[in-house]
Design a protein around this ligand. Sequence first.
Ligand SMILES: [Zn+2]
Length: 161
Amino acid sequence: MIVQYPDPILKEKMPEFDFNNPILDPIQLEKDMLEAMYQHDGIGLAANQMGIRTRMFVMGHKNLPENGMAFFNPEIIANTEEVEDLEEGCLSFPGIFVKIKRPTSIKARWQNAKGEVMESVFSDYECKCFLHELDHLEGIVFRDRVSSLKWTLATNKSKRK
Ligand SMILES: [Zn+2]
């Protein structure tokens, strides 16, 4: 069960995942979140979308489950000024797709499920996905990133399908 908009947990800023005093076993949490994401054909899923209050999300694709990854306490340490519009969907808004302007590339830092600090550069869809999920942890949904006109057009389009 994925939390659906407008559940108020989607508007909350999530607290740090504390590896010294974890609210859940991080290894198990990563496993459960990836499984839920693949089950719903998602490519990203944030903890609050599962009703769990902590700073963590997963990314991956069910066709390559071994590449699925968890990001604990993620942060952006650099991004391009250049932006591009790519279409995004969200498991909390089934059937709605809307183009969102975001940086083309980011450098990010996070902790893996063992608490080790990781860094990497993401671009294209991975970059969009990372920023979309990070937004969730800040209590921001993609609806907040577009004009009300653009949103109305996107929801009308989804109703016609
Ligand atoms: Zn989402």
